[in-house]
Design a protein around this ligand. Structure first.
Ligand SMILES: Cc1cc2nc3c(=O)[nH]c(=O)nc-3n(C[C@H](O)[C@H](O)[C@H](O)COP(=O)(O)O)c2cc1C
Length: 407
């Protein structure tokens, strides 16, 4: 699936709130993903940020008012409203939320909004007491029941000095929700279980055996499945990544913990994608106290951890099971051996060390091997694109299963 924002017409509404400067980052993110972005601002927003900044970054005229002589934007708001694939207001002030909930159209943005027929997303941002005020909450409820998508603000210390809810969600999070709303929902009703990241097998309280998996591939799969409408559970080893939105997170450390969480979630799952780099061995003894340095070498004895993928293959009933194989040589032989030994439906193989591939990088170069002996070699792609390509393959398998069972 190509980047869903590419070529889309998006209108960014900006109101007079302290977070107006963050709309610049959102605009740049949208442009970077290939959207054509038009900006409609309230007059009060221009106290916080100049229309010229948005004009320079969007490359298009910015609408700031309804009644301006010789300003074509005054007459274009209806056209823009009809053309837009999605409209996002970030930040949305308490004032604008009140106007939209009551059909007031007394400035460029509120007038424009009444004419929009596509997805309308509102990102409230204000002082916590303002946000929690019953009038504002009532207006937000009205917007939701009128079909607006309302993003919940973040909580924490706000620019006004108070602490609580009201912070504009970070632009990458707003972008993620925009992508979600533009993505087709072909995994609706599917329960997807994903594993990601490394495991850590402790030797003593300060040392452990692990591997350099960043978790990026598994997190990208969880995010892509959520965008496509699935109910997603992500069992993750230690990573530095932000939790994906709307995904049930289960955080673990060791292979043992990962195994017990995966086995307890597998019954509800329709699809299980095991991208975690689980440790095959763990130190046989774990010292209660820090091992002290001594003269001479240290020998550590290792024991096998449970083979989670193999056990899933033995236990699975209706589930589609997908594994990953990171190999340093003979990718095809190794991947196909794992596919049949562990009774998988698909395996995603990659050669560690290949340029544009593997641990920690933003991209991955993989081959997807299927049970029928076919395989699909993908070029180096962003991990989000690899995730969608894998989900496309899985979708073909689930559709085929439904056809066969007549379900
Ligand atoms: C310094 C300053 C910061 C403000 N920050 C916010 C804010 O974050 N959220 C909000 O709802 N209103 C905020 N206001 C109040 C709005 O600017 C005010 O309600 C204004 O009428 C909103 O106009 P608009 O909705 O047409 O943009 C702020 C006002 C000032 C002076």
């Amino acid at each position: 699936m190509k980047n869903v924002i590419d070529g889309k017409k998006i209108v960014l509404g900006v109101c007079g709130g302290i977070a107006a400067y963050k709309a610049v980052e959102l605009l740049r993110g949208l442009k970077k993903m290939g959207a054509q972005v038009r900006v409609v601002m309230t007059e009060n927003a221009s106290w916080f940020i100049s229309p010229l900044t948005f004009q320079a970054l969007s490359g298009l005229p910015v609408s700031t008012g309804l009644f301006r002589e010789n300003d074509e934007t005054c007459f274009k708001h209806i056209d823009w409203a009809q053309e837009a694939d999605l409209v996002v207001i970030a930040p949305a002030t308490a004032d604008m939320i009140g106007k939209l909930a009551n059909g007031i159209a007394d400035d460029a943005l509120s007038t424009f909004m009444l004419a929009v027929t596509s997805v309308k997303m509102v990102c409230p941002s204000m002082n916590s007491h303002m946000y929690e005020n019953r009038v504002v909450q009532r207006n937000l409820d009205t917007l939701e029941s009128d079909g607006y998508v309302v993003l919940e603000p973040g909580a924490g210390e706000l620019a006004c000095g108070t602490t609580g809810p009201g912070r504009l969600p970070d632009p990458p999070l707003i972008l993620d929700r925009i992508v979600c709303h533009l993505t087709r929902k072909d995994f609706l009703g599917k329960n997807v279980l994903v594993t990601a990241g490394p495991t850590q097998e402790p030797m003593d309280p300060v040392r452990f055996i692990s591997n350099p998996s960043s978790g990026k591939m598994g997190y990208a799969i969880a995010r892509a499945a959520e965008h496509r409408g699935a109910d997603v559970t992500l069992v993750a080893g230690p990573t530095n990544l932000a939790d994906p939105v709307n995904v049930k997170m289960i955080k673990v450390r060791t292979a043992d913990q990962m195994a017990s969480q995966v086995f307890s979630c597998m019954q509800q799952a329709d699809i299980i994608i095991k991208s975690a780099a689980v440790s095959d061995y763990r130190p046989k003894k774990k010292s209660l106290h820090k091992l002290k340095k001594k003269d001479g070498d240290l020998t550590v004895e290792f024991e096998r951890t449970q083979d989670i993928l193999k056990t899933l293959g033995e236990k699975k009933k209706h589930q589609i099971l997908v594994g990953f194989a990171a190999e340093t040589r003979e990718l095809r032989q190794n991947a196909e051996k794992k596919l049949s030994e562990k009774d998988l439906d698909l395996i995603v193989g990659n050669l560690v060390g290949d340029p544009g591939s593997g641990f920690g990088s933003e991209s991955n170069k993989v081959t997807i091997f299927c049970r029928d002996g076919s395989c699909e070699r993908l070029p180096s792609m962003q991990k989000s694109e690899v995730a969608h390509a894998l989900l496309d393959r899985i979708k073909m398998l689930t559709d085929h299963k439904i056809e066969k069972t007549g379900g």
